[in-house]
Ligand binder design. Structure first.
Ligand code: PHE
Length: 338
């Protein structure tokens, strides 16, 4: 009986089949009702007790080997059969498709590069922020209506200890001023969140780059020159800027900056609503209260801050009108930036 088992094991190991029929014949011969294995298991009943253990093990090895052989051949026959039946082997291979940077990443880099040429370093901070860094240190008094300017997603709401998704990257200004002594010259890129209805013009998250310059004798003229240089580098040498009075709790005075419309050059077109100007950022002189909140002596130091939306910049550079395109991952859109 041992000899028979060894013979069948060898036969199994050598077995090859090139069609499903051949394989099926092998299966019936080995595992069928009247097959070799059933015969052997029948004969096993009469094996002497002292041999049962050894022969039983051998039988199991054989049974497993047969089953495995059948599975392996079946598998490979199935795959080869689909290839030969359904595949047109004369078809050319697919083109190699290379990825591309996301437009937001491209414009982010462009903005940061311009400011790094002016000596600004990059700093980042957390997206889940406490009330102090997002609001209070930035001169938003508790219950002040200015907090409603930015519809906030709260993570935990418990008064002065609120935890929220940051509504602007100004929170990173505070973090940097708290740990660094002036002069400070830094830009803060990052994702921010606001609880707004998603539409062509607004989204629940977008990206900002904010900048901060603190030193002795920093003036509004420095702010203007810095932003003019930025606008020319970003949108072309002939770009003009204008500053309109505005309000932010953390800057005084505050302004909003427009650039001459980069599509029509300022003569008026539908894009700039025939005004010749498009708004690009908010800015101002850092409010002395903010400096004091962060441990910087406002009698010695002054500074300016500015903040812009990367989506807005991308919109201006590439005339992307629908904000939602930036987060839909539609390759027809994204591949245009490769
Ligand atoms: N944090 C402001 C916003 O999110 C932008 C800003 C930054 C304005 C710095 C002035 C100075 O709208």
């Amino acid at each position: 009986m041992k000899l028979k088992i060894d013979q069948l094991l060898e036969e199994t190991q050598c077995f090859q089949a090139s069609t499903m029929d051949e394989l099926e014949q092998f299966r019936v011969k080995m595992l069928g009702k009247k097959g070799e294995l059933n015969d052997l298991f029948e004969a096993f009943k009469t094996v002497a007790n002292e041999e049962k253990r050894e022969i039983g093990q051998k039988l199991n090895v054989l049974k497993n080997a047969v089953q495995e052989k059948i599975d392996v051949i079946k598998n490979s026959l199935e795959t080869t059969e689909t290839v030969s039946e359904n595949t047109d082997l004369t078809r050319p291979v697919n083109d190699f498709v290379s990825g591309s940077r996301h437009p937001i990443a491209l414009v982010r880099k462009e903005i940061l590069d311009i400011f790094s040429r002016m000596g600004y370093v990059v700093a980042e901070g957390p997206e889940i922020e406490d009330d102090w860094h997002n609001f209070t240190a930035l001169n938003f008094p508790p219950e002040h209506p200015a907090r409603d300017m930015q519809d906030t997603f709260f993570v935990e709401k418990n008064g002065v200890n609120d935890i929220a998704l940051r509504t602007h990257t100004s929170s990173v200004q505070v973090r940097v001023m708290e740990i660094q002594k002036p002069p400070i010259r830094a830009v803060f890129p990052g994702r921010v969140y606001r609880n707004e209805a998603i539409s062509v013009r607004s989204h629940v998250f977008f990206h900002q780059v904010e900048g901060l310059y603190i030193d002795k004798n920093v003036s509004f003229a420095d702010l203007r020159e810095t932003l003019l240089y930025f606008a020319k580098e970003m949108f072309g040498e002939e770009t003009k800027i204008r500053l309109r009075p505005s309000f932010f709790p953390f800057t005084e005075p505050s302004a909003e900056m427009d650039i001459s419309c980069n599509l029509c050059g300022g003569t008026g077109c539908p894009f700039c609503k025939h005004t010749g100007w498009v708004e690009i950022l908010g800015c101002g002189m850092v409010d002395p209260n903010v400096l004091e909140n962060c441990g910087i002596d406002s009698n010695v130091y002054s500074g300016f801050a500015f903040g812009m939306g990367i989506e807005r910049m991308t919109n201006l550079k590439y005339t992307v009108k629908d904000l939602r395109l930036f987060s839909e991952n539609d390759l027809r859109f994204l591949s245009q930036f490769s």
